[in-house]
Design a protein. Structure first.
Length: 325
């Protein structure tokens, strides 16, 4: 496809990566997903001859960095509070001068905070659902301001953890109670009724969109990671709409200061056809149900090559092997 212009591989020699830590697990609410993702990444790297070792969590990585055991890190931790998407582990790796995959401190921290991501997008005119920061005391008044139905969720969690879709006033208190189990602020946003889509980012290329069609009403944790009856349609849209969602996702990713690879989640309003940005994921899942590998496969990039291309982003740009034919 002419619209997917991926750079040639920077290297075909696994020795160029040196010793690679695959950072997985951790202590966030997304630990189990990260362990699954990490096992897949580790297997893919080893299959291509990379000297890769699993490291579970940030304290273990810190010890390994002190001991100079690794040359670079493939970060596949998910979430925050011991996950690898909130900028903390990125700062650790920056301090030790060890290259790592994915977004840097700023992009990671901003992407993990849904409220501040929305503030950035709104400031430059990118579309995202209207929202309020909420507490148990203000939730009913703010739901009236926004207008039901709404979505209530923790501002700093992923994988649909702690999220509720609230159709009437009676459900608000329970939704706040659920979201309050997690750290940080709570976010209420207008519910967009329509198609749920996601766009993977690899380097500076937006992959084909995926439209997610769960068997149940919502694309929840079970539909994401456990169910085998969720449909994934790729590309998710046609023609100009597909070009627009890819353009929008890449703009949103870059506006949030993200780099390397990631995923941007989007809703398309069924009535108007308008698209609304929901959030950025800076260390997306790499499980059998995950969406970035599905989108990459659609344009001929298999799982092993995808993992290789992500890891390659940690190499200096002058490290191309056989750069001149």
């Amino acid at each position: 496809m002419s619209t997917f212009n991926f750079a040639p591989l920077r290297t075909t020699n696994p020795a160029d990566f040196g010793r690679v830590a695959v950072l997985l697990g951790g202590t966030s609410s997304e630990r189990e997903v990260s362990l699954d993702s990490g096992r897949n990444v580790l297997e893919a790297l080893r299959a291509r001859g990379v000297d890769a070792t699993a490291v579970d969590g940030i304290p273990a990585l810190a010890q390994a960095l002190v001991e100079k055991r690794f040359d670079r890190v493939f970060n596949i931790l998910h979430g925050h509070n011991g996950g690898g998407e909130d900028g903390i582990v990125q700062g650790l790796m920056e301090a030790f001068g060890v290259p790592y995959t994915g977004s840097d401190v700023l992009g990671s921290a901003l992407g993990m905070d849904k409220i501040r991501t929305k503030q950035v997008w709104l400031s430059i005119g990118l579309p995202t659902p209207q929202y309020r920061k909420v507490t148990a005391e203000t939730v009913h008044a703010q739901a009236r301001e926004l207008g039901l139905p709404v979505v209530v969720k923790p501002a700093n969690e992923g994988s649909s953890v702690g999220i509720s879709r609230v159709l009437d006033d009676a459900g608000l208190d329970e939704a706040v109670a659920l979201a309050s189990r997690y750290d940080g602020q709570l976010l209420m946003e207008q519910m967009v009724v329509g198609d749920e889509l996601t766009v993977g980012i690899l380097g500076d290329v937006a992959l084909p969109s995926i439209r997610i069609v769960p068997k149940g009403q919502w694309y929840d944790y079970n539909a994401k990671y456990l169910a085998d009856d969720t449909q994934y349609l790729c590309p998710g849209l046609d023609g100009d709409d597909e070009a627009e969602i890819r353009r929008l996702a890449l703009a949103a990713f870059q506006a949030a200061g993200c780099r390397g690879w990631g995923r941007v989640d989007v809703m398309r309003d069924r009535a108007s056809g308008r698209m609304y940005l929901l959030e950025v994921n800076t260390a997306p899942g790499m499980t059998s149900h995950s969406l970035v590998p599905k989108a990459a496969g659609q344009v001929g990039i298999g799982f092993e090559e995808l993992v290789w291309r992500v890891l390659e982003q940690t190499l200096p740009h002058n490290a191309q092997e056989n750069a001149h034919a």
